[in-house]
Design a protein around this ligand. Structure first.
Ligand SMILES: Nc1ncnc2c1ncn2[C@@H]1O[C@H](COP(=O)(O)OP(=O)(O)OP(=O)(O)O)[C@@H](O)[C@H]1O
Length: 272
């Protein structure tokens, strides 16, 4: 549970809620605008303590950002250092890891190649497009070799074509690096396209209202996957759930009773 403010201005944003992310899973979190998705991710990241309840990694509760975890935010222009080169930004994440110079350089090289930026280590963020800057932010997270990658609407500030490319890039690096991914998005199609599971949040205050499996075969394809009947059925189901969570009338079909889950109190993440 999490509340902002104190006294008369206290506002409960997160109700008691519980879900588990399995090792190596790609799980998305969706919900109505302003329902508390970022608040939940901040609590899971360890950046913020929940008012009550806990987050556990491999069964052990933690506070503060665990070593196993890296974060990518929506606003790449504020998360990258403009005075550092692309390589310098990635190098920054490795400060304090006690790696040899050769190992640092190898990790920078590997992560920049993984995001398709191996040939521009000396450029500065302001010389790059928004999509390329977000690739740098992803490379920086990868260089850290996290077991868990948390992303908060990472592709919300780029155009549709770039967004599709970044979705596929993330699926590629997920497969290559074998991480667990927790991905916050307001985009239902994006959540279905990428995920193994989609956790749907309700609002005022937020709780988990559904936990939906996405049994669509991989590898996924931007056009063919989105044309599949099961993709269309899942996106409609999620849209209905979110619409119901906002309190709108269910004017395009009922939610599936099997989607409903009972709220409890702890979030758990497992590492690969
Ligand atoms: N630091 C804060 N202090 C007080 N209230 C906050 C704070 N951060 C968020 N809130 C409030 O908590 C609620 C949930 O915000 P949050 O950003 O977690 O939602 P969200 O689902 O991520 O939003 P969006 O869909 O717009 O990205 C909002 O009403 C917001 O105004």
């Amino acid at each position: 549970m999490h509340e902002y403010g104190a006294g008369d201005t206290t506002r409960r944003v997160l109700e008691n809620l519980s879900f588990t992310v399995g090792a190596g899973e790609f799980v998305s979190i969706v919900g109505p605008s302003g329902c508390g998705k970022s608040t939940l991710l901040r609590c899971i990241s360890g950046l913020m303590e929940p008012t009550s309840g806990s987050v556990a990694l491999d069964g052990a509760r933690y506070s503060g950002v665990p070593r196993e975890l890296a974060l990518v935010f929506q606003d790449y222009s504020r998360s990258l250092f403009p005075w550092l080169t692309v390589a310098g930004n990635v190098r920054f994440a490795l400060n304090g890891l006690k790696l040899s110079k050769a190992e640092v350089n190898a990790r920078i090289d590997e992560s920049l190649h993984a995001v398709g930026l191996g040939d521009i280590p000396a450029q500065y963020p302001w010389q790059l497009s928004g999509g390329m800057q977000q690739r740098v932010a992803i490379a920086r997270a990868l260089a850290y070799r996290p077991k868990i990658l948390l992303l908060d609407e990472p592709f919300a500030s780029v155009d549709a074509q770039t967004r599709a490319e970044l979705e596929d890039l993330l699926l590629d690096v997920w497969a290559k690096f074998g991480m667990t991914i927790l991905f916050v998005t307001h985009d239902i199609d994006e959540s279905v396209y990428q995920s193994d599971r989609v956790v749907v949040l309700g609002s005022s205050p937020t709780r988990v209202i559904a936990d939906v499996e996405i049994p669509i075969p991989r590898p996924r394809h931007q056009i063919r996957t989105r044309e599949l009947p099961e993709f269309i059925e899942l996106r409609s189901r999620l849209a209905r759930l979110i619409r119901a969570a906002k309190g709108a009338p269910p004017d395009f079909g009922p939610t599936t009773p099997a989607d409903s889950v009972e709220p409890t109190a702890v979030a758990t993440i497992q590492t690969p």
